[in-house]
Design a protein around this ligand. Structure first.
Ligand code: UD1
Ligand code: UDP
Length: 373
């Protein structure tokens, strides 16, 4: 069997690594196609190295661009590779433009698509990611939903065949790397941070960074934080801060360390040792609950409602008062802190990657891995 993996951004590399590893352990050689949506060393190559992935077979060098430009360029390049390589299945993960491009290019060549992390919905169609998720799910033959709730979202849209609830491969990634991170990372020393005495911040989502008004609100929140904080910054956010004239201002916040994006081992260590995490990232909402760290999500909705229901995540949007209220409660009310920190992980047991490989191998063996007519 020949599985092709199409990926292009930081979270896709991290979340597909356990699936790639599971195929290799079963003596199946994966074909790795990197679109190049992320291209800086610290947004891509560092993860390929740290997660010890085999060499990439095709670097498509799509790079940055408008939504259609990036998706279209990726589709054209992916199609060329798929026509040449004729894989038995194309795997994509998540909700980026790379995912949409990979799914559309493959299904139209009658190559079945397997969507890892299928069925997530924020029900906010203004997010590019929501459109990508919906379209990728509808182009897929095999849908690996991380939770029952994600499976139900698919059912509501009439997708009932080929759906498997397997857990989220982020749990695999965390379990496979947390202990290595503990041993190898010296990130706390490098930034002079003490365990449980700082807040970890990330924000990169278009709705928070592309508008001057929202980005200003983020800066105002960071100016008001009641404790030390560290913010490994996505290049998108850095670019926008400079463009909107906010770069000097954010850099003059005394309690806040801004750094370039970090590798996975350093980042996992920073997450695990944080007092709390404030983020608009999808993957980091998941990792917080897995690592028992309270999460305040800088958004008004989430496609990970399981984390909120479990009690480990609170949606605070960009409301400064709300953020400060919850941070102060976390600082002052130990019972509240422990309740959030001990919220149960809804994303499974860390064997999602193995399940995905097993299911695809079985479908292939039975001749059932094909585009339905
Ligand atoms: C993309 C995904 C988002 C995901 C995120 C993961 C889409 C629509 N969005 O957002 O869902 O959460 O990846 O991090 O696919 N840039 C660099 N160097 C890089 C990559 C990007 O400088 O290596 C800068 C460029 O200015 C670029 C901007 O970041 O225009 C945005 O990059 P892009 O890949 O378009 O979107 P992300 O914000 O990374
Ligand atoms: N991450 C990392 N270094 C960083 C920031 C994030 O290794 O500086 C990891 C994080 O642990 C998580 C993933 O990147 O696994 C999340 O990626 P991102 O927030 O870019 O995307 P999203 O999950 O929102 O799509």
């Amino acid at each position: 069997m020949k599985p092709a993996f199409v990926f292009g951004t930081r979270p896709e590399i991290i979340k597909l690594a356990p699936v790639i590893r599971a195929f290799i352990e079963r003596s199946v050689e994966p074909l790795l196609i990197h679109t190049g949506q992320h291209y800086d060393y610290e947004m891509s190559a560092v993860f390929l190295e740290e997660l010890e992935l085999p060499p990439i077979d095709y670097h498509l060098e799509v790079g940055s661009g408008s939504q259609a430009e990036q998706t279209g360029k990726a589709m054209i390049n992916i199609e060329r590779v798929l026509m040449k390589e004729k894989p038995d299945v194309t795997l994509v993960q998540g909700d980026t433009n790379t995912v949409l491009a990979g799914a559309l290019a493959a299904v139209k060549l009658k190559i079945p698509v397997a969507h890892v992390e299928a069925g997530l919905r924020s029900f906010d169609r203004t997010m590019p990611e929501e459109i990508n998720r919906i379209l990728a799910d509808h182009a897929s033959e095999v849908l690996f939903a991380p939770t029952e709730e994600a499976g139900k979202n698919l059912e509501r849209e009439g997708i009932t065949e080929g759906v498997y609830v397997v857990g989220n491969t982020i749990v695999d990634a965390v379990l496979q790397n947390a202990e290595v991170a503990e041993r190898k990372s010296d990130v706390l020393g490098r930034f002079d941070l003490k365990p449980k005495k700082y807040i970890l911040i990330t924000a990169h989502r278009a709705e928070n960074t592309d508008s001057r008004e929202n980005l200003t609100k983020l800066v105002e929140i960071l100016e008001a934080l009641p404790m030390r904080a560290i913010y490994p910054m996505h290049p998108r956010t850095k670019n926008r801060l400079k463009e909107f004239g906010l770069w000097e201002r954010i850099n003059s916040i005394e309690n806040l360390t801004i750094t370039k994006p970090l590798g996975y081992l350093d980042f996992l260590k920073l997450e695990k040792s944080a007092f709390a995490i404030m983020t608009d990232s999808g993957g980091i909402q998941e990792e917080s609950i897995i690592l028992n760290v309270p999460c305040l999500t800088l958004r008004y909705n989430t496609e990970r409602p399981e984390t909120v229901k479990a009690g480990g995540n609170i949606l605070v949007g960009l409301e400064k008062e709300r953020v400060l209220r919850y941070l102060n409660k976390l600082l002052e009310d130990e019972e509240f802190y422990l309740k959030m920190a001990n919220a149960p992980n809804p994303f499974g047991d860390g064997k999602a990657g193995e399940r995905i490989a097993e299911i695809l191998l079985e479908l292939h063996k039975k001749g059932e891995l094909k585009v339905r007519s």
